[in-house]
Design a protein around this ligand. Structure first.
Ligand code: FE2
Length: 362
């Protein structure tokens, strides 16, 4: 027999054995990696956030929190009412830790539905503005905003403006712009008027405001300002930060729109209530599976770093008293805020909706 042939046979046998061993090793590695990944996932700290806010600032801040704390932020976005329904449906074993809304009224609702646990504000942040903390301790603010009057710089003088009630004057006929009454910001404003002045006053206010509309309500807050700029009306009721967003927009047309108006804070006179404010706020769920992580996120969002980031990018007001409002909004000046218990923006909500319907505020 050819010895060379025997050698070849041996070589190919060895080769196959080697290949087989290599396959086993790769397989072992794959299995090991798979299980170690499972382990890592099990060890990965998370916080599950249900939020109505849909801004880039929030995304950025969640990223910074993940980097700083090593806790992953899982976000579910929907309207506050949808989030509340979902939390109720998911029940005891639901994944949500935190709910964030843009309206204290919705946090009041979540507390009424028995979804929130009490939280000691001073444990989260010692320098929160005390006027903006829930008296029942069910939620905390993360930013606040005022529902202001904006007016065209040339067609209106600030001396013509004073209170929300003054907007019912016939001098504003066909000049007033505001969005629909289905919007939570308007419902919160109406709730505050009922809380301060009573139902009859609020009905009369609503009827007269509707008479002064420059057009049937449509669009969002920014669209009301655009309509002033396009000469559809002269004044509008909008949230303060939208002016900051327009003025700093990448869109030159929007910047022009922002520059065409000035901000007026209503109800600043002696004995008057102050300008209506609402918060973006946060509540810790009773069923939260990651309470400590949720508290860490609350601490982070009310920290000086996050508060500065909010005001400089979303033009909302900081709730941490150590942080100053951004330059753009500081230029509108300081103002007296309405110190109404913000839970009343929720407790009068049903009444507010009824009044809007009766007065045909679209
Ligand atoms: Fe908004």
């Amino acid at each position: 027999k050819n010895p060379l042939f025997k050698f070849n046979l041996n070589k190919s046998y060895l080769c196959q054995k080697k290949k087989f061993m290599r396959k086993i090793m790769i397989l072992t590695l794959v299995i090991l990696t798979f299980f170690s990944c499972l382990n890592v996932q099990k060890d990965q700290e998370v916080v599950n956030v249900y939020t109505k806010r849909h801004y880039q600032v929030d995304k950025d801040l969640f990223k910074s929190f993940e980097t700083e704390y090593g806790i992953k932020v899982n976000v579910v976005k929907a309207s506050a009412d949808e989030l509340i329904e979902r939390i109720k449906t998911e029940g005891e074993n639901g994944p949500a830790d935190i709910i964030i809304t843009v309206d204290a009224g919705k946090l009041y609702k979540a507390a009424q539905e028995n979804l929130l646990q009490k939280i000691d504000a001073s444990e989260i942040c010692k320098t929160l503005n005390p006027a903006l903390i829930d008296v029942n301790e069910y939620w905390l603010p993360i930013t606040y905003r005022s529902r202001v009057i904006v007016y065209h710089k040339d067609r209106v003088s600030p001396s013509e403006l004073s209170t929300y009630n003054d907007l019912t004057d016939s001098k504003w006929k066909n000049r007033l712009l505001v969005r629909t009454s289905t919007n939570a910001y308007n419902q919160a404003l109406m709730s505050s008027i009922i809380a301060h002045e009573g139902e009859d006053f609020a009905i009369d206010w609503s009827n007269k405001i509707v008479e002064n509309f420059a057009r049937d309500p449509k669009g969002n807050d920014r669209d009301q300002v655009r309509a002033i700029s396009a000469n559809v009306g002269d004044i509008a009721i909008v949230n303060s930060y939208y002016i900051g967003l327009l003025m700093s927009s990448k869109d030159s047309l929007d910047r022009k729109v922002g520059e065409s108006v000035n901000v007026f804070f209503p109800n600043q006179g002696e004995g008057q209530s102050g300008a209506h404010v609402n918060i973006s706020g946060i509540g810790l769920l009773k069923t939260a599976p990651n309470t400590e992580n949720a508290k860490s996120l609350m601490k982070f969002l009310t920290s000086e770093y996050a508060q500065e980031y909010y005001t400089n990018n979303s033009y909302e007001y900081p709730v941490n008293t150590r942080v100053k409002p951004s330059k753009i909004i500081a230029e509108w000046g300081e103002f007296k805020i309405d110190n109404l218990d913000l839970n009343k923006l929720g407790s009068f909500r049903k009444k507010a909706v009824e009044i809007f319907e009766k007065s045909n505020w679209k």
